[in-house]
Design a protein around this ligand. Structure first.
Ligand code: XMP
Length: 506
């Protein structure tokens, strides 16, 4: 399959470049800047990402580009453009003050294929502390802003382009068009990467890889493991057995509802209700990390006991997705979020790992779910943490607190659904605080619990913003919670973004 290689120089937006290319139905791979593949027979173009570094710094990342430069189309973005220019004899220098934010291309060369259909003035997003002050010989400027003369350039006799701004960011209004001009117009993508083609080729590959082997998969109710299960089920039918563990910290009625959904999809699912033993092991534990550890250990224990009953199982399937695996360039020491899939099966089980979604971004997993005709409520289910409500009950966990939080959460989630707001937010939930506050109900003084509602918008959970939910909706939800959930007399809304806060409170 045709692919674009994106070399990562450590920019915050490298993954976004990947997603934009995939939106053009073109497969792409994000690799550390110094790991260009030795076999590039199916590569149709290369994109060099941005970076927090200066290209002229002694320790800057300046890999040898000669393996593909001049042979394959190359697009340098921000640092990538500076690197191209610098390595070919141009000049890159610091600007007085870092240029960050919106800018406008005031002139564009209409003959440049990168700008086909894009006219000045055109808004772009800049984020750079260095700028190109002289282009290499044989290069010409193709777009400028008031303050950046070489906002874009091209080589006259080689397939090389550079842009100082970030086309992958939505504030660059014609960014998607520019990337399409590169990927489709210049590199000649056949746009063959679609959800249907992914399903078709994955089913074939899984059949070849798994033959008549038996596979075990841990379901969480979330979109990734559910889509992986349905895809595998299509490939190998009843040779797939799924295990869904109820640790007693799921949403209200979620275990029963999700089991129904899975059975409706024809999956072979074993539901294990281990709520009581999880809750009794958690009793009295208030430390967030220890709560997580207890749940993780217990989960593996319960899962293993069930998996061991499946005779002849040779594979463990997981819903790992691409962002979980992208190897960071280590330029900034940035840590890619560790993922939380089922792990830790005893070595003697000797299960091989099968990860059918390992090349997909989250939005692609959802598109594949729709292509597999899964119900919308499953495909667009909000992410939910593995340890469930345990990380939303601050302090120790009791069955009573779980009941209260499940009731509060249920009112909030139903409210979001009934008001058409559920799919407008990335994730929502409620948090039970370990404090009591004074209130008045009727003529009585109350001294009850305070809960917090949290709803965020995000595209990958790495950063998030609090969701601006309508005030009237919040008023109704707050009233309903206080009136209906015994033991709660105060409702707050979390208006912190990530960073510096996180999505979960623990
Ligand atoms: P934070 O709180 O780090 O969460 O902003 C980012 C995303 O990860 C989810 N999350 C977890 N998922 N096990 C999980 O499976 C965990 O321990 C865990 N902690 C956070 C969180 O819900 C959000 O989607």
């Amino acid at each position: 399959m045709q692919r674009i290689i994106i070399l990562d120089f450590g920019s915050q937006t490298t993954q976004l470049i990947g997603r934009r290319v995939r939106e053009l139905h073109t497969f792409c791979e994000i690799l550390p800047y110094d790991k260009y593949p030795s076999d590039d027979s199916d590569v149709i173009g290369v994109i060099l990402s941005g970076s927090p570094l200066s290209v002229y710094a002694p320790d800057a990342a300046r890999p040898d580009l000669s393996g593909f430069l001049g042979r394959l189309p190359v697009l340098g973005i921000c640092y990538g453009a500076q690197l191209l220019s610098y390595s070919l004899g141009g000049l890159v220098e610091p600007v007085g003050t870092r240029e960050y934010g919106r800018a406008e291309l005031s002139s564009i060369d209409p003959s440049c294929p990168l700008f086909s259909g894009i006219k000045a003035p055109s808004q772009v997003w800049m984020s750079h502390g260095d700028t190109i002050t002289r282009l290499p010989e044989g290069y010409k400027v193709t777009a400028s802003t008031e303050s950046v003369r070489f906002a874009a350039f091209e080589a006259s006799d080689a397939p090389v382009w550079g842009v100082q701004f970030h086309p992958e960011v939505m504030h660059t209004t014609e960014g998607a068009r520019l990337l399409e001009n590169f990927v489709v117009g210049i590199c000649g993508s056949r746009r063959e990467w679609t959800p249907d083609s992914f399903v078709e080729s994955s089913v074939q590959e899984l059949r070849t890889m798994l033959g008549n082997d038996k596979v075990v998969l841990g379901l969480s109710g979330g979109v990734d493991s559910s889509v992986a299960a349905v895809l595998l089920n299509r490939a190998i039918g009843s040779n797939l057995t799924c295990i869904f563990v109820n640790h007693g910290l799921l949403r209200k009625h979620e275990f029963e509802d999700v089991m129904e959904d899975y059975k409706g999809l024809g999956l072979n699912v074993i539901g294990v209700d281990a709520s009581e033993s999880f809750l009794s092991e958690l009793a009295g534990e208030a430390d967030p990390e220890r709560k997580r550890k207890i749940i993780g250990r217990k989960f593996v224990e319960v899962f293993n006991a069930e998996a061991a009953k499946i005779e002849g199982a040779r594979w463990l399937a997981q819903g790992t997705i691409y962002p979980d695996r992208i190897e960071s360039s280590n330029i900034t020491g940035k840590v890619i979020k560790s993922h939380h899939n089922v792990g830790g099966l005893p070595k003697e089980m000797k299960l091989k790992l099968c990860e059918p979604l390992k090349w997909l971004f989250k939005d692609e997993v959802r598109a594949v779910g729709l292509s597999l005709r899964m119900p919308r409520r499953m495909v667009f289910r909000h992410p939910f943490p593995g340890p469930g409500l345990a990380v939303r009950i601050l302090g120790d966990i009791t069955p009573e607190k779980v009941r209260i939080l499940q009731d509060v959460d249920d009112i909030f989630m139903r409210g979001l659904r009934d008001n058409g707001l559920y799919e407008k937010v990335w994730q929502a939930g409620a948090i039970l605080l370990p404090v009591r506050t004074v209130g008045v109900m009727g003529d009585e003084r109350t001294y009850d619990r305070a809960v917090v509602l949290r709803a965020v918008t995000s595209s990958d959970a790495m950063t998030a913003d609090w969701a601006d939910l309508p005030v009237g909706f919040m008023r109704n939800i707050s009233n309903e919670i206080i009136n209906k959930v015994k033991g709660v007399n105060r409702v707050c809304y979390d208006i912190s973004s990530k960073p510096p806060a996180t999505i979960e409170w623990e």
